[in-house]
Design a protein around this ligand. Sequence first.
Ligand code: GLU
Length: 295
Amino acid sequence: MADVVTRFAPSPTGPLHLGHAYAAFVAHDMARAAGGRFLLRIEDIDQTRARAEWEAQILDDLRWLGLRWDGPILRQSDRSAVYHSALDRLWSRGLLYPCTCTRRDLEEALSAPQEGAPMLGPDGVIYPGTCRPLSGNVRPRPTNGALRLDITKATETACVSANALECLTFLETGHGPNGETGWITTNRDDYSDRIGDIVLARRDMGTSYHLSVVLDDAAQGITHVTRGEDLFEATRIHVLLQRLLDLPTPTYHHHNLIRDRAGKRLAKRDDARALTKYRMEGATPAHIRALIGLA
Ligand code: GLU
């Protein structure tokens, strides 16, 4: 069997809770079962929220859980040059445009009575195209401010082969929120209608989750991306970016989210479920595995 490489990619913006432990175990166990490698990536592009103390706590919790990662840790904050050069490539092909719309502008444009309820995609409200230029950009790429991907142009240019459908396809070995599994295909109209012109460089970060995750998975040679089913729809965006940037598409394995007793998914702010709390109460890693149904 070809080498299996998985990763756990937490953001150091709060304590790890049971949901993170589940995600880490899934990635770790898949790699170990296949004799492959389990890598760690710290997703700290949001420098306003990332804290070194949280990263230290995350590493400590992972060690306590008995999870050992292979090789060096990759930190997104070390990789801005890579993100910028990818943005340059997309810009030079006329696939990006600057966008100065604020969230409030979008809400106002979309709350006009004739528009009906705003459509939501994997990246929030589907952008109505307010800033999209009518003709291509000729200027050098602005290095501050948000940049959006012209999704219609992107899907037209992503697949040079005749079979566009096959080109924007990925293999799902877990499941999406509605049980989606197997070969998942997105057609061009769905990209335009259900995803829209997403932001690839945020004003405050100079990059975005989508761009960074795709470049990082490729740089780490990830063969199997395991993560929560809430990111299933975002994978359609990731596959498109992989085609535009000539990167391989890994196999995806989306898993259940761990929910609280009321059925609500756990969030970072739910410190009640933080691993540190269980540790302080004397739980063992075996208890944690049992609590999240992995025993
Ligand atoms: N950093 C993301 C999180 O903390 C994970 C993203 C991914 O696995 O693609 O949920």
